[in-house]
Design a protein around this ligand. Structure first.
Ligand SMILES: *Cc1c(COP(=O)(O)O)cnc(C)c1O
Length: 430
């Protein structure tokens, strides 16, 4: 595979943009090699500046559940553009999207739109603190909630890849209210509540996707809910990634555990920058201008972004069964790859939730971040570059989740499994 043009593009970009990218994980650092520069996407495929074509299992890190250039979403965006890019004043599109979001989630009466997942979570935390008049928050090691100061502690995703769990530039004073617990370990949460009587909220990815895919045990979430209730703390489900991916009605619909606040992003914008947070009316009433907790955004509720989100979510609403179709495909993919790996003496742990799939090169089941770090990173890097060579674009870090879109067919899944067999053989015989 020729990647000369991508290499040149990357070297030009590095002169002008730190690390050549506008979000660290894109730099391919943890798998070596240089990132592929993309020119366009169509359906299941993306193409690069060298003219290579790949089946895309990244989908812009989650948003594109209907693949690239979905006709409905594209038409809605073009129509919105023709009416003006932004007004900074209310539009009907915001109410329409809000109505749709509320209809998906039992726990959401009202919703506020922002422009990224980071913003959604940051604002949800402020709201939880304002609502409870408490300062401390509990987060889980390996969960990623965006790059705001208080949450950039033992975060997964890019931060995990780079081995600097916190970050220079975040004053220790700003994270002293952030307590850490271990995922799927209720005792570690009990310890936080024993250590502090000032806990405003516990925030969790109910289907963690930023330490690889590690779903929370149902029992654990139920116990978490009870602990929060007992101690007067709010429970926040960060569904920026899992929202509309794990299930159309949120993790609450598959676990039976109702959160107090839900944060959303990625799929909700249909590929445009949209984030959101929602809760029952009593909590949302604390938010400015209804209440005293301040939160704002010049481009929040942007009409073009709202149009894309509305087109994506209304399509999901009309085709809710699509999630189980995608889940079947995702299962076939990881089980197929796992069998091919095993035939070459390589052990894989795999999991699927809706259209999200994950795999670890690990001899043991992965239940938390510590388990995830014991996966074979070198093997992952070889797998990644081998699959890229075969025309399959997987996330360039072992701490990321894979995604199936409706544009990925059963035949493409079989082709991916066949390619993985070839790559595993090459790895085993090297
Ligand atoms: C991606 C993600 C975020 C951050 O969203 P951005 O849009 O990248 O700011 C927050 N939480 C979770 C669970 C995510 O997956």
């Amino acid at each position: 595979m020729n990647t000369q043009a991508s290499k040149e593009a990357f070297s030009q970009a590095q002169k002008l943009i730190p690390g050549g990218v506008n979000s660290p994980v894109r730099a391919f650092k943890s798998v070596g090699g240089t990132p592929i520069f993309i020119t366009e996407g169509k359906g299941a495929y993306i193409s690069d500046v060298d003219g290579n074509k790949y089946v895309d299992f990244v989908q812009s890190w989650g948003p594109l559940i209907f693949g690239h250039r979905d006709e409905k979403i594209e038409a809605a965006v073009i129509d919105a553009v023709k009416h003006g890019l932004s007004f900074g004043a209310p539009t009907l599109a915001e109410t329409e999207l809000a109505k749709l979001v509320v209809s998906f989630f039992d726990s959401i009466d009202k919703v506020r739109f922002v422009s990224s997942g980071t913003e959604a979570v940051m604002s949800a935390i402020r709201l939880a603190r304002g609502f409870t008049s408490r300062d401390d928050i509990v987060k889980f090691t390996g969960c990623y909630h965006g790059h705001s100061d208080a949450l950039l502690v033992e975060a997964g995703s890019g931060a995990a890849t780079f081995g600097n769990p916190s970050s220079p530039g975040v004053p220790a004073d700003f994270t002293k209210h952030t307590l850490l617990a271990e995922y799927n370990n209720i005792e570690s949460v009990k310890k936080c509540f024993a250590d502090s009587n000032d806990i405003a909220c516990v925030i969790i990815e109910p289907i963690a996707g930023n330490m690889g895919l590690v779903p929370a045990d149902k029992e654990f979430l139920h116990e978490l809910r009870e602990l929060c209730d007992k101690n007067g703390a709010l429970l926040i489900f960060d569904e920026v990634m899992s929202g509309f991916r794990g299930s159309v009605n949120g993790a609450e619909s598959i676990t039976g555990v109702k959160p107090d606040i839900v944060t959303l992003g990625k799929v909700i914008g249909g590929g445009m920058p949209v984030g959101a947070f929602g809760a029952r009316a009593e909590i949302m009433a604390k938010l400015s201008p209804e209440g005293p907790v301040y939160q704002a955004g010049t481009l929040s509720g942007n009409p073009v972004a709202m149009a894309a989100g509305y087109a994506a979510l209304s399509k999901l609403k009309a085709n809710a069964q699509v999630i189980s179709v995608l889940e079947t495909r995702a299962k076939r993919l990881v089980e197929g790859m796992k069998a091919e790996a095993l035939a070459c003496g390589i052990t894989m742990q795999t999991d699927v939730r809706g259209s999200m799939f994950g795999f670890f090169f690990n001899d043991n089941l992965v239940k938390n971040f510590n388990d995830a770090t014991k996966s074979d990173a070198e093997l992952f890097a070889k797998f990644h570059s081998g699959m890229l060579n075969e025309g399959f674009y997987f996330a360039c870090s072992l701490y990321e989740t894979g995604f199936i879109s409706t544009a990925i067919t059963d035949e493409m899944i079989e082709d991916t499994i066949k390619a993985s067999a070839k790559v595993f053989k090459e790895i085993a015989n090297a």
